[in-house]
Write a protein that binds this ligand. Structure first.
Ligand code: 13P
Ligand code: SF4
Length: 317
């Protein structure tokens, strides 16, 4: 299947026939980003899913994102073009592991990144995404212990910004972001002294970048730790002519669209998420033709997870 004009027309026609809204995450391939009704970060897409009046949500992203949409909109049909599109970070903690961790810290507030399964969300007090993690943790009374999971680098970022000592962090990571290393970033930043650095907080190199700024090796105002949606806003605001981007490479497409005059370059051009890339033009077409794969969440689990996800979309508006 070629992502040509016929494909695009067929996708739009089938979406209309199902009264479906097409949502695409910033890491999707360019053809999928361009055909979607909305392209954005995980928080923005969750908010759209919660308020949409379409009958069907077609989620071009990974499974936990589609599951989150189903939790927020239980009456709608939620489809994902390939249900095998998982997430190694979401797989780094199970419901049973979280129950054990909670038992060791009774009374703690559980904050889970949206990159988790519905079962983990059902054990969670408040979910967050990379764009509101700091606001979510700041909303919790200072004396309460916090269990933050599953991403250790996002956790370290939140701990640094909030200065909170009673924040315990699970040792999970996203293999794509963890692989963008500090040495590579430092070398690139040195080669291009005028470039801004846009760094996703899931990256192992976020700490190195702040360290370099602290040492004076990089001007502190160049270092911007941002969610994918906030990168698009920052692209429109920056005065820099070139930007080094540390996140999954799909992001570059949306950044170039937002600010065509800026030279955006990935810090690591091998940082591609194989799960995100399972959503191909052929898979999207099949999804709309067959109404598959449908995403279902056990209603009892969804019921227990809903309050935590609802709080997530309310905080940091
Ligand atoms: P955001 O779009 O929330 O920044 O998330 C990044 C991510 O890794 C999603 O899988
Ligand atoms: Fe999961 Fe990492 Fe892929 Fe995002 S980039 S979906 S966190 S594996």
């Amino acid at each position: 299947v070629e992502a040509d004009a016929d494909w695009a027309a067929r996708v739009r026609e089938l979406a209309r026939a199902r009264n479906a809204v097409l949502l695409a995450h910033n890491y999707q391939v360019p053809e999928i980003q361009d055909i979607a009704d909305h392209t954005g970060d995980s928080l923005a897409l969750s908010r759209i899913a919660a308020s949409s009046d379409a009958d069907t949500i077609v989620f071009c992203g990974v499974h936990f994102m589609a599951e989150t949409a189903k939790i927020l909109a239980p009456g709608k049909t939620v489809l994902i073009p390939d249900a095998r599109a998982g997430c190694s970070l979401a797989d780094s903690i199970t419901g049973a592991q979280l129950r054990e961790w909670k038992a060791e810290h009774s009374g703690a507030i559980v904050v889970s990144y949206v990159n988790t399964t519905a079962e983990v969300k059902a054990e969670t007090d408040i979910c967050c995404t990379s764009s509101n993690a700091v606001d979510v943790v700041a909303s919790i009374p200072a004396e309460r212990e916090v269990l933050f999971l599953p991403d250790q680098f996002l956790g370290a970022h939140v701990k640094r910004v909030t200065g909170r000592r009673n924040l315990h962090i699970w040792a999970g990571e996203c293999h794509v972001h963890a692989g963008i290393n500090g040495a590579e970033l430092a070398a690139r930043a040195e080669e291009e002294p005028d470039a801004d650095l846009f760094i996703h907080p899931e990256c192992g190199c976020a700490t190195s970048a702040l360290y370099l700024a602290g040492e004076g090796a990089v001007a502190p105002e160049r270092v911007k730790i941002l969610s994918t949606g906030d990168m698009v806003h920052a692209a429109r605001d920056t005065q820099a002519r070139s930007v080094l981007v540390a996140t999954e490479i799909g992001m570059i497409h949306q950044l170039r669209k937002a600010a065509p005059e800026i030279d955006f370059r990935p810090v690591n051009d091998r940082a591609s998420c194989r799960y995100m890339k399972m959503i191909t033009p052929a898979a999207l077409l099949r999804c709309l033709e067959q109404g598959a794969d449908e995403v279902r969440v056990d209603p009892a689990t969804a019921g227990r997870a809903r309050a935590s996800v609802q709080r997530m979309i309310e905080i940091g508006q």
